[in-house]
Ligand binder design. Structure first.
Ligand code: IPM
Ligand code: MG
Length: 368
C-alpha cells in the first residue's frame, strides 16, 4: 500500500514560481518511483494572491493548507506591491501562515558544500566544512508584539512603534526544541540575546538556563547579538546550534547564509505542533523572491529542492529520500555544474530548469 501525503505548494512571487516548477519535477519522480503517493495542490500567496484576490492570503487558502501534511513555499514579495498598505503586503501572507499554524521553530542550516568553498567572500579555510544550524523563534517577539503601529502625535510629528515581548512559555518551547536538536548534533548550544539592554531577552536567558538544567549533556553558552554577528563572520566554526529570537534570527540567518557562498543554496523548515502533538510544517528556501532575476531562467532551484529534502526528513521521517537528494546535489556541484549565483567562472553554467533536470537525472541514477 502506498502512503498518501498531501502537499500544498505555494510558489508565491518572483523566482518562487520558477523554482517551484523544478520542485514539482522532483515530487513527480518520488510519486512515481517510491511507495509514497504524493498529492500536490498549488495555491496562491503573496503578490500573486493580491493580484487575483486582493489579499496576500485568503481564508480559503489558509483552510486548505491547514489540511495538508506539509507546505512548500517559494518566496513572496516584490517592488510591485511595496507601496500597498502594511496589512495588504505580500509578506503578511507568509507571516499569517507562520502565526496561524503556530510554526514557532524555524530551522535554518548554513552548510558549506566542499565544492563551493571558493564561492564565499570569506577565506576558504574559515568556512570549509562549516555546518551550523540557526534555530529562530518564529511566531513571537517584535514581529508580532502589541502595541504596534504608526501614530500621529501632533500636527507635524508621528511615531512608529513595535513591541518586543516574549512570554516564558514561548521561550520554553523553543529552548526545548533547541536543546533536543543540539543533543543530537555536537551537543553545543549557543543562545543569542541582548540581555544587557532588553528585559524581554533577559527573561529569554533566564528561561534558557532553566531548560538547560534538563539537558546536562548539552554545553550551553550565551552571546549578545552584536558579538554573535561579529563572531559568525570572524570564526563561524566555533558554533554548532544557535537559538535566538525572531528578529535576531532573521538577521543572523542572512549573515550565516552568505558565509556559505550563496543564499541560493539554503533551505529552511518552520515547524509547530498542534494540541494533539501532530507536527505542522512549512519548508522554504531562505532566499527571497529576487525580482531582479525573476523570469530569466537563471535562479538557483537548489535551496527549494533541498527544502524538499528537509520535508522528507522532518515531516515524513524519510531520511533515505532526504539523503538521496542531498547526495545528488552534492555530486552535481562536485561535477562543476553551477547556476549563475554560485558560478565563479563560466564553465558549466546551467539554467534553472537544467539544474532541476540534473537532479532528476541523479534520481534516475543516470550519469550526470
Ligand atoms: C525571512 C524573511 C521574512 C522575515 C520576510 C519576508 C517577512 O526575511 O523569512 O527571513 O522577515 O521573516
Ligand atoms: Mg529574512
Amino acid at each position: 500500500m502506498k502512503k498518501k501525503i498531501h502537499i500544498a505548494l505555494l510558489p508565491g512571487d518572483g523566482i518562487g514560481k520558477e523554482i517551484s516548477i523544478e520542485a514539482r519535477k522532483i515530487l513527480n519522480w518520488i510519486n512515481e518511483n517510491t511507495n509514497i503517493n504524493i498529492e500536490c495542490d498549488e495555491y496562491l500567496v503573496g503578490g500573486a494572491s493580491i493580484d487575483k484576490y486582493g489579499l496576500p492570503l485568503t481564508d480559503e487558502t489558509l483552510k486548505k493548507i491547514k489540511q495538508s501534511d506539509a507546505i512548500i513555499l517559494g518566496a513572496v514579495g516584490g517592488p510591485k506591491w511595496e507601496s500597498l498598505a502594511f496589512e495588504k503586503r505580500p509578506e503578511r501572507g507568509l507571516l499569517k501562515i507562520r502565526k496561524e499554524l503556530d510554526l514557532f521553530a524555524n530551522f535554518r542550516p548554513a552548510i558549506v558544500f566542499d565544492s563551493l568553498a571558493n564561492s564565499s567572500t570569506l577565506k576558504p579555510e574559515v568556512i570549509k566544512g562549516l555546518d551550523i544550524l540557526i534555530i529562530r523563534e518564529l511566531t513571537g517577539g517584535i514581529y508580532f508584539g502589541e502595541p504596534r503601529g504608526i501614530k500621529k502625535i501632533s500636527e507635524n510629528k508621528s511615531k512608529g512603534f513595535n513591541t518586543l515581548v516574549y512570554t516564558s512559555d514561548e521561550i520554553e518551547r523553543i529552548a526545548k526544541v533547541a536543546f533536543e536538536t543540539a543533543k543530537q548534533r555536537s551537543k553545543k548550544l549557543c543562545s543569542v540575546d541582548k540581555a544587557n539592554v532588553l528585559e524581554s531577552t533577559e527573561l529569554w536567558r533566564e528561561i534558557v538556563n532553566k531548560i538547560g538544567k534538563q539537558f546536562p549533556e548539552v554545553e550551553l553558552s550565551h552571546m549578545y547579538v552584536d558579538n554573535a554577528s561579529m563572531q559568525l563572520v570572524r570564526n563561524p566554526k566555533q558554533f554548532d546550534v544557535i537559538v535566538t529570537t525572531n528578529m535576531f534570527g532573521d538577521i543572523l540567518s542572512d549573515c550565516a547564509s552568505m558565509l556559505t557562498g550563496s543564499l541560493g543554496m539554503l533551505p529552511s523548515a518552520s515547524i509547530g505542533y498542534n494540541t494533539s502533538g501532530e507536527k505542522k510544517a512549512m519548508y522554504e528556501p531562505v532566499h527571497g523572491s529576487a525580482p531582479d532575476i525573476a523570469g530569466k531562467g537563471i535562479a538557483n532551484p537548489l535551496a527549494m529542492i533541498l527544502s524538499l529534502s528537509m520535508m522528507f526528513k522532518y515531516s515524513f521521517s524519510r531520511n533515505d529520500i532526504s539523503e538521496l537528494i542531498n547526495n545528488i546535489v552534492n555530486s552535481i556541484l562536485e561535477k562543476g555544474y553551477r547556476t549563475k549565483d554560485i558560478s565563479t567562472d563560466n564553465k558549466k553554467n546551467v539554467s534553472t530548469s537544467d539544474m532541476g533536470d540534473l537532479v532528476l537525472k541523479g534520481l534516475k541514477n543516470e550519469k550526470i
